[in-house]
Design a protein around this ligand. Sequence first.
Ligand code: XLS
Ligand code: CA
Ligand code: CA
Length: 436
Amino acid sequence: MGEYFPDVKPIQYEGPDSKNPLAFKHYNADEEVAGMKMRDHLRFSVAFWHTFKGTGTDPFGSATMVRPYGDGDEMKVAEDTLAAAFEFFTKLGIDFYCFHDRDIAPEGTDLAETNKNLDKIVELADKLQADTGVKLLWGTANLFSHPRYMCGASTNPDPAVFAYAAAQVKKAIEVTKRLGGTNYVFWGGREGYETLLNTDMGRELDHLGRFLNMAVDYARQIGFDGQFLIEPKPKEPTKHQYDFDAQSCHAFLQKYDLVPHFKLNLESNHGTLAGHTFEHELTYAAANGILGSIDANRGDLLLGWDTDQFPTNIYEATFIMYIVLSAGGLAPGGLNFDAKVRRSSFEPVDLFHAHIGGMDAFARGLKIALKMRNDGALDDFIKQRYAGWDSGIGKDIEDGKASFADCEKYILENGEPKPVSGRQEMLENIVNEYIR
Ligand code: XLS
Ligand code: CA
Ligand code: CA
């Protein structure tokens, strides 16, 4: 296996004044901030599917990407692609990667052959991980590309398709365990429906609940102790996905007794497709103790689909890191760049530019968020805004000691509540002073 990116030297930190496009200006992996290395705060990961398998096709045009691997039979291509990926990880200095089973190894003529293909590639991945120190953030199974899953995987009307999906996830959990993956993700690409005219929604939801409980049982049986994650997305490819957003996933997890076993893998572009800000999704998850991991990317406000662009917005990165820090950090989750270069950015070097930009944006976001938190710039205001709940009638209500009658008595004695400004504009101005 030769060198796949000979023109790119390992990416170095050169500081904010550097004009070198192939250098970090803000991400300095081993620099300590707030008692921890930046790499451990941020836990960056490359998404194998976009970065190494993305071809640049869209509904109107064919592949555009020029890649230094892809010759020979399918298994040779898989091996070369994996080797190129580890060269990329190493040159970028990134610590984690994520994959779907079918990204790294091709499907065979039947399940037995497919599993054999996967085992062979996993053996190579194991060796490359050991050689480079790069780790697996999460594994997952692709339960959406093959035609057998056109009407869903675990929510398919046909139990044989459910069984196929179960067999596939069984294997994917096994390989994730073998490679030391710290998480395992379920994203329900086809777990939803196109029309209610042919759909028994209640039954499909029960089947999805059963499927995830079976996964928990199997993980326990083989001793996989990674974190299970559900990744919400409202639509695309199905018209309506059951894992719609953080709040509906939470309700689902509660109904099927899955809360002790699952957290969420939240993706920026999925949050906005669901009509939320990404901060809303993160804050909901953090407030309910189910914030697991992040798929970092961005959508396009003018487009209504999942554009999966690399994140470069410093405001967004700042708020994301602010919420992550307040929630106590990302581990064992991470920050996976589930993002793809644009179709016209077809050269291998564009993959480096894209990741450098995302990593620098989050490094800046981390530093700004830490400063805002240390200064109590927002926290102090929020604390003060809710201070009424720390004593008197507020505390009695929170403690469950006040009744409706007590509330009536309080109002009769104290009269009309005094309005207090929310000071939104002042707070926005404060944030602007940090982000510069
Ligand atoms: C697609 C999803 C998918 C998951 C993993 O929109 O983001 O890539 O992250 O199956
Ligand atoms: Ca994702
Ligand atoms: Ca996506």
